[in-house]
Design a protein around this ligand. Structure first.
Ligand SMILES: [Zn+2]
Length: 372
């Protein structure tokens, strides 16, 4: 399959270049597309010839960095990242800034890796749909690639809106499922029912609760005012990226170990870097020219409707997951629950999750350092 990846790139780049050349030259290309190309190199070692996560994260990083800058003068500390995973993407956002944040995730085996991230001052095992933070307990909530896994989105958005005046987060639309290779081809040859059936299975396998752009926007609008909305990766571009995923035999962001090792071998690495960069750059240029109504990813910067007054915080305020009282020294003064710290992580779990989320220090390296 490896040679096919290079052959695909050799055909893809000139075809897209020709389309770009013939397209309307007066059409204005805006951020995040213009600036995201500077981020491509950062992601190539993690996603060699793996265009879907590489292009998506290059665009996302531009949006997030610009939007944090936009509200930076209104906040001091208290930034909290929900569903931070192992912190590798978070590190790219915050490592250039002199900021320390709180990182929350339900999976301690992912979160344990955030211990190596200098920008994370506290790692907390928690339910990110109802984070254990006080009312107005954070100045900014950031969440990447999380809400599309949540079925009860409104419950989650409502809880987030009570914690922080500002939030930056994203969603995947229904085109995330229909843009994959097989359903896209079935739809193109006039078999929409078969395409839908396979797209539903892909969404189920990816644990994705996918809504349309309009449905998502309406849900967000109930709890937040929009400061900025950007969408990217038209379904067609996602399909072109998914051909690489198909050849790498994967569906999600992690690049499979074996092809990754071959693509990064000393002999192939210069070719891999060259091809990956040029494929990603051309796909971003192409995506910038397409209509935005079939986009796969949407990013928002929003202001909570529940919090009017902006409170400047040094750091986020943690609350008991049972009674929502502010905790002191890992203890809730209201219900007297004591929350344990293990391996540098604070476990702030609600009763219904305490028994479901286990952590064994002997298995702490069960997940790789960069697995998302
Ligand atoms: Zn309590």
């Amino acid at each position: 399959m490896i040679p096919l990846l290079y052959i695909y790139g050799i055909f893809l780049i000139p075809c897209l270049k020709l389309f770009i050349l013939l397209s309307d030259k007066n059409r204005k290309i805006s951020s995040p597309h213009t600036d995201s190309m500077n981020n491509i190199h950062e992601f190539i070692p993690l996603y060699p010839m793996h265009l879907y996560p590489l292009v998506a994260k290059s665009l996302a990083l531009t949006f997030i960095e610009k939007n944090i800058d936009k509200i930076a003068d209104k906040i001091e500390g208290g930034i909290t990242e929900l569903a931070i995973g192992e912190g590798s993407f978070s590190k790219k956002i915050f490592s250039k800034r002199n900021i320390s944040i709180f990182g929350l995730d339900l999976n301690p085996y992912s979160l344990i890796h955030t211990k190596n991230c200098k920008h994370i001052s506290k790692s907390i095992v928690a339910d990110c749909t109802n984070p254990p933070l006080a009312y107005c307990g954070a100045s900014l909530i950031l969440s990447n690639n999380f809400l599309h896994h949540v079925n009860n989105k409104e419950y989650c958005l409502n809880n987030w809106s009570k914690i922080s005046a500002y939030a930056i987060f994203n969603e995947n639309t229904n085109y995330w499922a229909s843009g994959w290779l097989i359903p896209y081809l079935l739809k193109t040859i006039g078999l929409p029912r078969a395409a839908k059936k396979i797209a539903n299975k892909i969404a189920e396998r990816g644990l994705q609760a996918l809504w349309t752009h309009e449905q998502l926007k309406a849900a967000v609008e109930k709890y937040f005012e929009f400061i900025e909305e950007k969408s990217f990766l038209n379904e067609r571009v996602f399909f072109l990226c998914s051909i690489c995923s198909f050849l790498l035999l994967c569906y999600g962001p992690p690049t499979p170990k074996f092809p990754k090792a071959i693509l990064k071998s000393s002999l192939l690495w210069p070719i891999t870097k060259f091809m990956t960069f040029n494929m990603a750059k051309t796909l971003i240029e192409y995506d910038a020219l397409l209509p935005r109504n079939n986009d796969v990813f949407i990013y928002w910067t929003v202001k909570s409707k529940a919090i009017q007054k902006i409170i400047v915080l040094k750091e986020a305020i943690l609350a008991c997951p049972h009674c929502h009282e502010t905790i002191e020294d890992n203890k809730c003064p209201a219900c007297n629950n004591i929350f344990e710290e293990r391996d540098g992580m604070l476990f702030l779990l609600p009763r219904e999750l305490v028994d479901k989320i286990s952590y064994c220090e002997d298995k702490k390296t069960i997940l790789e350092r960069e697995h998302l």
